[in-house]
Design a protein around this ligand. Sequence first.
Ligand code: SAH
Length: 215
Amino acid sequence: MEDSYKHKGLRRQLIDAIRRKGIKDERVLEAMDKIPRHLFFDSSFLKFAYEDKPFPIGEGQTISQPYTVAFMTELLNVQKGEKVLEVGTGSGYQACIIEELGGRVYTVERHKALYQKAKKNAEKLSYRIKVFYGDGYKGLPTYGPFDKIIVTAGSEGTPQALIDQLKPGGRMVIPIGSSDLQHMITLDKSQEGEIIEKSWGGFRFVPLLPGKDED
Ligand code: SAH
């Protein structure tokens, strides 16, 4: 499947809409302008790829709304060469955006079918994100610590393993709350290991679930 002029045009309109909604980091907008979101969709749903809405990707999960992706990516503030952990690979779209910004991405997904699909999506576009099938609650201790951690499913609290795998000076972005409303939270770890928390308003995510689908 290709990235036609029509797709590029629709994508440009979507990026303009997201900018109008308040996203200021042009690096983030540029990365999203570059990545063909429609290639992360099943072919029969292509026409929904450039609406600013979440969309089902199978297994009861969704690819997040583009505005939400942009908002979280802006908060994550990825710098070139940083090691980044994503919990909740889903389609692989968010992970590819982080790589486009220069991050070295490790991403974990608990659904085997989505893990396999995300790997294919990234390979198709020549991204080198490292995709793992596992329980993101545990992080990836073998590959940590990470400069940045992004959790793309709603969590009731912050998993301690993820705090432990964040480098001093690092930042985690995680939606925290009940099953029907979460607050976007940034957790900054100081050089002394102190955690500074800030809230950035309400969002809705699919839940972070314990274990893998085949456990
Ligand atoms: N970032 C994704 C969207 C993620 S939706 C994208 O760009 O498409 C949230 C994802 O988190 C779902 O795929 C869900 O299966 C996954 N998830 C939920 N709990 C998890 C856990 N404990 N470990 C890993 N992945 C998890």
